[in-house]
Design a protein around this ligand. Structure first.
Ligand SMILES: Nc1ncnc2c1ncn2[C@@H]1O[C@H](COP(=O)(O)OP(=O)(O)O)[C@@H](O)[C@H]1O
Ligand SMILES: N[C@@H](CC(=O)OP(=O)(O)O)C(=O)O
Length: 457
């Protein structure tokens, strides 16, 4: 049995739905289908999830939301019209959407989560109706009825272990199951969503819970490429990669597969196949356990970059001899409720790297003041435009010249390296650069390892 997840780009229009219907029809093993909300139809379009966030904010600000609701309904109406569905489905969708504005929520975070989740909820109802109308028996399954339980925060959910037990007891009928991605229910029955891109996580959880043989993740590219195709022109495709390579690359910027989604797949040892809805016969990329992989010809599998970081640089002589300095620092982070991403250190220096999207300007200001007062560093600098390049490959641990080649390619092209770290993970090398250099750095590293004749710049 296969769990199949379709991303927002695969479910954005009636035409895209039509391709999805054929893919499901082609393989009776595609038993469980996970939906995202309708995504972008063209460059500059707005995803339904973003329209729902706008709707939630208008409700919270007590402003007129009629136009936004109409825009959302239009997205589903367009698909319903394409398949000439009876009005009952779009009426159900409309009613669910309008009811949101008058529903009482315990606080604003719960409200936001419930609004966001409706993008996938309504798309799953719609896809089930479309499949039935096309002669493929299908049933919408509400995560509540499957025992899909989550904890954590309303907009940053974590799956609860009980979910796996509940899913293992689910009794399948002969019809396909259509399951909305991106959210689950807390133990008190509230809707909690995963972080953005979280429908990938739902698919992985269902794959583990239902003990699927394969988790197919359908998107809009033929494969996962060695580098982001918006950064490198015509990058090579990755045919096979390990779970941990995927985890590191998605964390560092390969947005094609959400970085937390690999974890349930690893726990259930379910292989993941990333495929293209627009070209389903292409083999895509297979993500499997690590023991099968090591290519002596090229130690590198992928090169990712992410510009979402900031760094705090601290200098103090004899830092290496000072007992408790790092402890004090960690206590300050704890007091502010913030986590850090990386903390490379030298004898007198320490750089702490943060995910900037999780920090407000006020938090940064207060945090820096606190550190100055409590730890009295000789020099301290907040670097806001920090990027991380992650070069990843199972082969890195088996070679000696990879780091040297990377450094050569960057220095020869005048790219300043602010930090380089190998060792913490045996399969990756992490490089810190200024944001403006990040894309150029990826292109030069790509050129070094993949002998690309295209002009680099
Ligand atoms: N290394 C990579 N390989 C393939 N796609 C990538 C990579 N890095 C970033 N992407 C981007 O990820 C996009 C697919 O992810 P996403 O937009 O979330 O799709 P979906 O709508 O299917 O969830 C691709 O269109 C591509 O631009
Ligand atoms: N719709 C949600 C969840 C998701 O996974 O979407 P997509 O499959 O389009 O990345 C979001 O936009 O975050």
């Amino acid at each position: 049995m296969k769990v199949v997840k379709f991303g927002g780009s695969s479910l954005a229009t009636g035409e895209q739905f039509n391709k999805v219907v054929s893919i499901i029809d082609d393989d009776s093993d595609r038993k469980v289908v996970v939906t995202s909300a309708p995504g972008k139809r063209f460059d500059g379009d707005v995803k339904v999830t973003d329209l729902l966030i706008e709707y939630a904010n208008l409700v919270l600000e007590k402003k007129d939301f009629k136009e936004t609701v109409e825009k959302i309904v239009d997205r589903y109406q367009e698909i319903s019209d394409y398949f000439e569905l009876e009005d009952s489905t779009i009426n159900t969708i409309k009613q669910k959407l309008e009811t949101l504005a008058t529903t009482k929520f315990s606080d604003n975070d719960h409200l936001m989560a419930a609004f966001k989740a409706h993008g996938e909820y309504m798309n799953a109802i719609l896809l089930a109706a479309v499949l039935n109308s096309e002669g493929i028996p299908a049933k919408f399954l509400d995560p509540k009825d499957a025992g899909f339980l989550v904890g954590g925060e309303p907009n940053n959910a974590d799956v609860l272990e009980d979910t796996y037990l509940n899913l293992s007891k689910y009794k399948f009928g002969s019809e396909r199951i259509v399951f909305p991605g991106f959210f689950g229910y807390s133990e008190d029955g509230s809707i909690y969503t995963f972080t953005r891109g979280g429908s990938d996580i739902t698919g992985a959880i269902l794959s583990r819970g239902f003990k699927a043989d394969l988790y197919e993740n359908f998107t809009d590219v033929d494969a996962i490429y060695v580098a982001n195709n918006h950064v490198v022109k015509d990058p090579a495709a990755i045919q096979k990669m390990s779970y941990r390579e995927m985890r590191e690359l998605s964390y560092a910027g390969f947005s094609v597969f959400q970085d937390e989604a690999i974890i349930p797949a690893v726990q259930g040892q379910v292989p993941v196949n990333v495929k293209n809805t627009n070209n389903p016969s292409a083999p895509g990329t297979l993500i499997v356990p690590e023991q099968f992989l090591f290519n002596p010809a090229n130690p590198i599998t992928g090169i990712a970059s992410s510009k979402r970081f900031s760094a705090l640089y601290l200098h103090r002589y004899l830092l290496n001899k000072e007992v408790g300095f790092t402890l004090q620092l960690l206590k300050i982070f704890y007091r502010y409720g913030i986590s850090y991403e990386h903390m490379p250190s030298g004898i007198d220096d320490l750089t702490i790297i943060f995910d900037r999207s999780k920090l407000s300007k006020t938090t940064i200001k207060n945090l820096c003041n606190d550190i100055k007062e409590s730890l009295n560093p000789d020099y301290m600098e907040w670097i806001d435009d920090y990027a991380i390049i992650m070069v990843v490959g199972e082969g890195i641990a088996h070679t000696v010249d990879t780091m040297g080649k990377i450094i050569d390619s960057l220095t020869q092209n005048n790219i300043a390296i602010h930090m380089i770290n190998q060792g913490a993970s045996r399969i990756s090398i992490m490089i810190g650069t200024r944001m403006k250099d990040a894309d150029r750095a990826v292109r030069h590293i790509y050129d070094t390892f993949f002998n690309n004749d295209d002009e680099v710049e």
